[in-house]
Design a protein around this ligand. Structure first.
Ligand SMILES: [Zn+2]
Length: 525
């Protein structure tokens, strides 16, 4: 049924409704109804069935009053939508940046899911129980309604409004907890390094992260939260997690330190935690970066147990579905598939999570895809590569993990590191690199516009490269102009950077920058 007359009241009588008018009040029947709202000031009251309500792009100021059944509400409109909860389970899919007013009542059974990288400015008017809200990149007002409130993505201009008395805020890991009179609480995730505005008063619970590892985790989390593009996105993340305002400012400082020390190995060691002679590879999780364990080329991806055979189309690990080639595999391909299944995907994803935190997981609600195709080939010189497709909105889909059999065709089936007879490379380390790209592509908006040095530097930071890339690192620590040229270049294509005496400028430059930044910020905290 299409409702196109203004000021109409409609009660039941159908199971599909489209609203295209102003001030319509629609009360659906008790079956499972579908309502498509394109109106202004619509009031939609759902009945006892399991209803689906779609608040479309041009819907303005809609109110959904959920009845006793379960309701799914899809919000595509950028305008304000009010949702009043009933007794059933209510699930809200946020599909575009929007404003939501949620009147939760006493109902605790509701879910807020975010798609397409969308965020919502949420105001809770009468809540009890626990709920999580996520802010937009603009200024948000988080109104505390009672119970335990978790705020994800709280920025400097946001205001947290609490009517009750609050206790002293404290840090729990990277989160800030504020106790509220009556037993409730407000938790601001990843708020440790930020000043929070509560009732117009500034609360500062900690400065920046105090270890290089935590600086990098905060930095990566901030990258997954920005909607900016290219170098601006990197600047935004730097500003959020450090006293620096931009890449340029960090680079200027880096070059100044380089000049002052005037010795490559000393600069790398003292300012970047890069020890070119040590057994540690320089992974952000390793000894050289300030952690407890030495991570060598063999131990950085930590496999356990004997190899298992896998015969099937796909398997899922840590939320990532790995889709295998739809053909009969050769013996070499089957060997690699067994390793992927037994160790490599899981251990690489675990290492990436240790390195960067949960913000890069494939089962995050905002991840743009959680599938990757494995492709075997024999083309070009690259050991392996990661291919992806950027949608118009900047989200990345269609992930391919391409493994070159020219290098890995004779991978050692019994070695969990994936060593190659007659070669020096380990397949497990290579995969950790490519899966870092995939994890970032899935979780960072406009990933494909990030500067190449950041993308490659971050992938190198997962497994460490101070052993293999020693020459490039030392050359760069002596060549300040080249260092500056690489890091101020915002091209997403690593091939745009070319130097006669540096093999992989984007890789070495990015690796150095991230180590320098992490150590510097941890030191000033
Ligand atoms: Zn790469």
């Amino acid at each position: 049924m299409i409702i196109s007359t203004n000021n109409r009241r409609v009660t039941g009588g159908d199971d599909e409704f489209t609203i295209r008018a102003r001030n319509v009040t629609l009360t659906t029947g008790d079956g499972d109804n579908y309502v498509d709202d394109n109106g202004t000031n619509s009031l939609i009251q759902t009945g006892d069935g399991d209803d689906t309500v779609r608040i479309n792009d041009d819907s303005k100021n809609a109110t959904v009053e959920v009845g006793d059944g379960d309701a799914l509400i899809e919000v595509w409109s950028p305008n304000t939508t009010t949702i009043i909860f009933g007794d059933g389970d209510t699930s809200i899919d946020v599909c575009a940046n929007t404003n939501l007013i949620l009147d939760i009542g006493v109902n605790e059974d509701y879910e807020l899911n975010f798609y397409n990288g969308a965020t919502a400015n949420v105001t809770l008017t009468d809540g009890e129980g626990s709920y999580t809200v996520r802010g937009t990149s603009d200024a948000n007002v988080f109104e505390y309604g009672g119970g335990d409130l978790v705020i994800v993505s709280c920025g400097g201009e946001d205001l947290i409004r609490v009517r009750q008395k609050i206790g002293a805020a404290y840090v729990d890991g990277d989160d800030v907890c504020i106790p509220v009179e009556g037993g409730g609480s407000i938790t601001v995730t990843n708020g440790r390094a930020h000043a929070l505005n509560v009732n117009g008063r500034k609360i500062v619970v900690g400065q920046y992260a105090t270890t290089p590892q935590d600086v990098i985790k905060n930095f990566m989390t901030a990258l997954t939260q920005t909607n900016l593009r290219g170098m601006k996105a990197v600047d935004d993340a730097i500003k959020k997690v450090s006293p620096f305002k931009s890449v340029r400012e960090v680079v200027r400082r880096m070059v100044k330190d380089c000049k002052q020390i005037d010795d490559a190995d000393t600069f790398l060691r003292d300012r970047c935690n890069i020890f070119v002679d040590s057994a540690d590879t320089g992974a952000i999780t390793g000894w050289d970066a300030g952690n407890c364990a030495v991570k060598t080329a063999e131990s950085i991806v930590a496999e356990r147990g004997a190899i298992k055979t896998f015969r099937g189309d796909s398997f899922t690990v840590n939320g990532l579905k790995v889709i295998l080639p739809d053909k009969k595999l050769s013996a070499a391909e089957q060997t690699i598939v067994n390793g992927l299944f037994t160790w490599w995907i899981k251990d690489a994803l675990n290492l990436i999570e240790q390195s960067y935190g949960k913000s890069l997981r494939f089962d995050n609600p905002h991840a743009s895809t959680n599938e990757i195709n494995v492709i075997f080939h024999r083309k070009g010189d690259a050991l392996s590569s990661f291919a992806h497709l950027a949608e118009d909105d900047g989200r990345e889909t269609e992930f391919d993990l391409k493994i070159n059999l020219k290098t890995y065709g004779n991978v050692n089936a019994l070695d969990a590191n994936g060593s190659v007879t007659g070669g020096e490379t380990f397949l497990d380390r290579t995969l950790a690199h490519e899966l870092t790209h995939a994890s970032m592509a899935a979780n960072i908006r406009f990933y494909s516009e990030l500067p190449a040095w950041l993308v490659e530097g971050a992938a190198e930071l997962t497994h460490g490269i101070s052993d293999e890339n020693r020459d490039d690192l030392e050359t760069l620590a002596n060549d300040w102009d080249a260092l500056e040229e690489i890091l101020l270049n915002d091209s997403p294509d690593a091939d745009d950077l070319e130097f006669d005496d540096i093999d992989q400028p984007a890789y070495a430059g990015g690796f150095m920058f991230l180590h320098y930044f992490a150590k510097k910020v941890a030191a000033v905290s």
